[in-house]
Design a protein around this ligand. Structure first.
Ligand code: ZN
Length: 190
């Protein structure tokens, strides 16, 4: 098994990231404060040279992770935020999924505001003070516990709470304008 290889993400990542920042009003601070993002791609290959997932966060595979660059490191790379993306996950995603992934990582990054005047706070080097927001939810559990304890397990309770919060039954339903009972296709064609 090869080691992980880190490299600068290709231009496509920076382009999509800029698109997401431009399109999502919640990311306005990235433009207003000129927050600089370092985009990194990580990859790993198995013994038969097939690319494999390799990026982990708290022990579990993650498609991307984000971290704030500390002051001392900023001396060398002049970035405020670093987003690392798993190349296996990236290559297997379409553009919409890629944008959703970048949107997710950007959503973790918030600006620290002064309690006095609600203005963005700045570090000694003039860069904005940032903080990382935790995910609204994360799901962990054992299938065996869900099987044994059903609705009394944290596994099922957390999934059903999230499903109801997200209106998942509606999200997975076919759009209203899609005919769910199309006529059978003719079996031969001229
Ligand atoms: Zn997250």
């Amino acid at each position: 098994m090869s080691k992980k290889v880190y490299e600068s993400a290709p231009a496509e990542v920076a382009e999509l990231c800029a698109q997401v920042i431009a399109e999502v009003p919640n990311h306005k601070h990235f433009r207003d404060l000129e927050i600089k993002i370092s985009l990194v791609m990580v990859s790993k290959f198995d013994a038969s040279e097939q690319i494999v997932r390799c990026l982990k966060h708290h022990g579990a595979f993650a498609d991307a992770v984000v971290r704030l660059i500390p002051c001392k490191e900023r001396l060398h790379n002049a970035h405020d935020v670093e987003i690392t993306i798993d190349k296996f996950a990236w290559d297997g995603a379409n553009t919409l999924r890629k944008k959703a992934l970048l949107d997710h990582e950007l959503t973790h990054v918030a600006v620290k505001l002064s309690k006095k005047d609600n203005e963005p706070m700045v570090h000694d080097d003039g860069r904005p003070m940032l903080r990382l927001l935790p995910d609204d939810y994360s799901i962990t559990g054992f299938y065996s516990i869900a099987d044994r304890h059903g609705v009394f397990s944290g596994e099922v309770a957390s999934v059903s709470a999230i499903a109801s919060r997200m209106h998942l039954s509606e999200m997975f339903a076919a759009p209203a304008n899609v005919d769910q009972n199309p006529p059978p296709e003719s079996e031969s064609t001229a």
